[in-house]
Design a protein around this ligand. Structure first.
Ligand code: ATP
Ligand code: MG
Length: 784
């Protein structure tokens, strides 16, 4: 091999370097937080490419979140310089599986255009199955069934493989519904999240030729956050790697936080058994955090009995102690953190200023986010929520997405059900039921069922016309998409090429707007007089904006189905708010850890559990939280918290007792100077906060200059303008439906003007694409 300079190797320590250079054969890198596991993994990819051991698409790198995949891509690009041959396959188990499954969908009874269900759809479907059986949905709540089915899927169990003891525990109802559910999904040409992996594993197991193909392609496999893989993911990896055994997994048993989702730390031990002779590498130097932060984290995790155990050390300067502060209630906690963030951003107490991007709030439960969001909206502090499907869970967003799904696949019955009467089309429950009956009786999709019902006069009156318009709309939008994108040839195994970059043709963005307007969905909210309506319109705009980063509606839908990540690349500085689970692998100079209260963190559920399993997983979560911080870590708790509308008084978290005192500084809350409040955490004096009068706290806060400043700022907040009304009308005058000179829009060719009409064909002069003859139904009127 030619001796090429390799700058990416220079800033690695010897153990990391060993991990990077052991390219062939199985490697397991087991090490604590911040020791550079991800860094070494990334360098390994670069090394493989630099030495010419693999071409980019022969490398498969699995990360835990899409965000992590993006960051790894960026790092590889930075190390490689301008990419020549494309990029390796990098993504989550789910995103990679979806790509594989699209190529072989028919092997598991699906079409390549299958849709991916979200939890809502999944629950709706299960509810239908429960109702159809006439069993009590109180005893069989859909949510519980969904949990059961997910659990089986995580263990790679198809309905036929669920052990009889498992089935018996649920009277076999669970397994029977599981089987029915899978059948229904197939009829709907859909799969849920768990299926993405399960189907891949099935395909690999039952089609050795397909598996062999992928084994040849993915010559090197790398896995980050390995401690959180479940059995199904493990099988997926093992099948792909068993031929060449070039697999490198990195992880930290102390950061295993997905046990509740079926992750098995045991996979770490299993690795050495399944891949005998694996090289095991341990890293001990932490490069992320200051000694105080590291000592605090190590102190907490030391209370866990079940761990492999490891040492961590750092050369970093001592820095600040971990700060601990108690508040009267959750709102005050949010208020204090908001002010603290602004102070740190300006540079305070002699600390260097830290930008908003460098600051994060990590919560245990997503419902804790609202207090921060409300607060930050009030004071105008920019923030982003990472890891929550928050945005995409909103009603208007889900409705809009259902329309997009119908446009992409008109046979998406769940989407049809969701929006057939949204906006109101005069179709009551009865009408919807008769559509379902018609469809079921004739083996049709709902949209075809509706048509057949209309044709037979089974639906009359105003509803009929509106239903017809709805079905026609679906057709028209679908046609527009089909015309723009050639249908993917079924399951042709083509060479796996890296992702194609999004194209600049934004036709699908315009189409999305047209869909939302033609369907009457936008006008529905424009005519809505409730206070939320304006916000909903804003969100719809946001949604359309998000589409611009994708090259098709389908690509976008896939993305949304997969992501847990709504922060589009946006240059403005923002504080990050996310759950501890979503924070895995990330780092920030400044970290806030609010809500350290028994029942919240550790969670009530883990405290109620017999045995230590639950509590130990919570403690690992605490370890993950503290180790995200580079320079400043602030833990807080409140004495009172409103939980589901009820005020509860809270006790500080038992984890606070486990913080080694030498590395912690207790802060006094604002307005309580000299009140003895701050000195009273358990383990730090006891009886925290319970003696404080609410009035005293509040009066102090309301009179503080900070509060007034906030009030002023609130007054200045600009009110956004209501969206201008726009309407698209389709004129059905001539056979073509268009007039000479009319402006039209085509998904692929963009805007143009009609310059000739021949029956149903139009001559169109497109602004960019020149003159073309197009069948009228493939274009739509442009409203500009
Ligand atoms: P986690 O367990 O939290 O995922 P990790 O082990 O993956 O952590 P990295 O995120 O790879 O750790 O690295 C932590 C920080 O330390 C990063 O900022 C990284 O750039 C830095 N780092 C890692 N190795 C070195 C090194 N040899 N020299 C200097 N900095 C390093
Ligand atoms: Mg990492």
């Amino acid at each position: 091999l030619a001796q090429r300079p390799a700058p990416y190797l220079d800033d690695l320590n010897p153990a990391q370097r060993e991990a990077v250079e052991a390219l062939d054969g199985p490697v397991l890198m087991l090490a604590g937080a911040g020791t550079g596991k991800t860094k070494a993994l990334t360098a390994r990819i670069v090394h493989l490419l630099a030495l010419g051991k693999a071409r980019p698409h022969e490398i498969l790198a699995v990360t835990f979140t899409n965000k992590a995949a993006r960051e790894m891509k960026d790092r590889v690009l930075r190390m490689l310089g301008p990419a020549g041959e494309g990029m390796p396959w990098m993504g989550t188990f789910h995103s990679l599986s979806v790509k594989i499954l699209r190529r072989h969908a028919e092997l598991v009874g699906l079409k390549p255009s299958f849709t991916i269900l979200d939890t809502d759809d999944q629950l709706r479907l299960l509810k239908q199955l429960i109702q159809a059986r006439n069993i009590d949905d109180k005893r069989w709540p859909p949510r519980m069934l969904a949990g059961l089915i997910d659990g089986w899927k995580n263990r790679a169990l198809t309905p036929a493989r669920v052990p009889s003891s498992d089935g018996a525990a649920y009277n076999n109802v669970g397994t029977e519904i599981y089987a029915e559910y899978q059948d229904r999904l197939r009829t709907l040409n859909a799969c849920d999240f768990g299926d993405l992996l399960l189907h891949c594993v099935e395909i690999f197991k039952t089609h050795p030729d397909v598996l062999a193909q992928y084994q040849r392609w993915f010559r090197y496999i790398l896995v980050d956050e390995y401690q959180d893989t479940n059995v199904c993911q493990y099988l997926w990896l093992r099948l792909l790697a068993q031929a060449h055994r070039n697999i490198c997994c990195v992880g930290d048993d102390d950061q295993s936080i997905y046990g509740w989702r079926g992750a098995e730390v045991g996979n770490i031990l299993r690795f050495e058994k399944d891949f005998p002779g694996a090289k095991v590498i341990r890293l001990e130097q932490n490069y992320r955090s200051t000694p105080h932060i590291l000592a605090a984290a190590s102190g907490v995790i030391a209370a866990n009995a079940n761990r492999l155990g490891k040492t961590l050390w750092t050369e970093a300067e001592t820095g600040e102690k971990v700060r601990l502060i108690g508040h009267w209630d959750g709102e005050e906690e949010a208020r204090w953190i908001g002010e603290e963030i602004e102070a740190i951003q300006r540079g305070t107490r002699g600390w260097a200023p830290v930008s908003l991007n460098g600051q994060a709030i990590l919560v245990r439960a997503s419902h804790q986010m609202r207090a921060f969001e409300d607060r930050f909206l009030t004071i105008g502090l920019p923030y982003r929520v990472i890891g929550g499907p928050r945005f995409y869970e909103r009603q208007e967003i889900r409705d809009a997405m259902a329309y997009f799904r119908l446009a992409v696949s008109p046979d998406d019955d769940l989407a049809f059900e969701r929006v057939v009467n949204v906006p109101k089309r005069g179709l009551g429950d009865k009408a919807v039921q008769s559509i379902q009956r018609e469809a079921r009786a004739n083996g049709l999709t709902l949209v075809d069922g509706a048509r057949s019902l209309l044709a037979g006069g089974g639906i009359g009156g105003k509803g009929a016309n509106q239903l017809r318009a709805f079905c026609d709309g679906i057709d028209r939008w679908h046609m527009a998409i089909r015309d723009a994108r050639p249908v993917v040839a079924d399951a042709v195994i083509e060479p796996l090429l890296p992702d194609t970059p999004p194209n600049s043709d934004l036709g699908h963005v315009r189409l999305a707007e047209v869909i939302l307007e033609e369907s009457g969905y936008v006008s529905m909210w424009q005519n809505d007089k409730t206070p939320e309506a304006e916000g909903r319109l804003e969100n719809l705009k946001e949604l359309v904006k998000a589409l611009e980063q994708f090259d098709s509606l389908q690509g976008f839908l896939e993305h949304v189905a997969l992501i847990m990540d709504n922060d589009s690349e946006d240059a403005t500085e923002k504080v990050s708010i996310m759950t501890l689970h979503a924070a895995k692998g990330l780092e920030f100079p400044v970290v806030f850890l609010p809500g350290w209260e028994d029942g919240l963190f550790p969670s009530q559920r883990s405290m109620d559990e017999s045995g230590l399993k639950g509590i130990e997983e919570e403690r690992r979560l605490a370890y993950v939280g503290i180790t995200r911080a580079e320079e400043l870590c602030t833990i807080s708790f409140a004495s009172n918290r409103r939980v589901y509308g009820q005020w509860q008084s809270q006790l500080p978290s038992r984890f606070i007792d486990e913080l080694p005192q030498a590395h912690v500084e207790v802060l006094t809350p604002p307005g309580l100077m000299g009140g003895g409040y701050g000195a009273a955490a358990p383990g730090f004096g006891g009886g925290f906060g319970s003696t404080i009068e609410e009035r005293a706290t509040r009066a102090d806060v309301y009179n503080s200059p900070g509060w007034r400043r906030l009030q002023d700022r609130q007054g200045q907040r600009s009110v956004s303008q209501p969206r201008e009304a726009r309407h698209v009308t389709i004129d059905h005058q001539a056979e073509s439906g268009y007039a000479l000179g009319e402006r039209v829009f085509h998904v692929k060719f963009g805007y143009g003007r009609v310059i000739g009409i021949e029956g149903d064909k139009l001559d169109i002069r497109f602004d960019k694409a020149g003159e073309k003859k197009i069948v009228a139904r493939f274009v739509m009127p442009a409203d500009i």
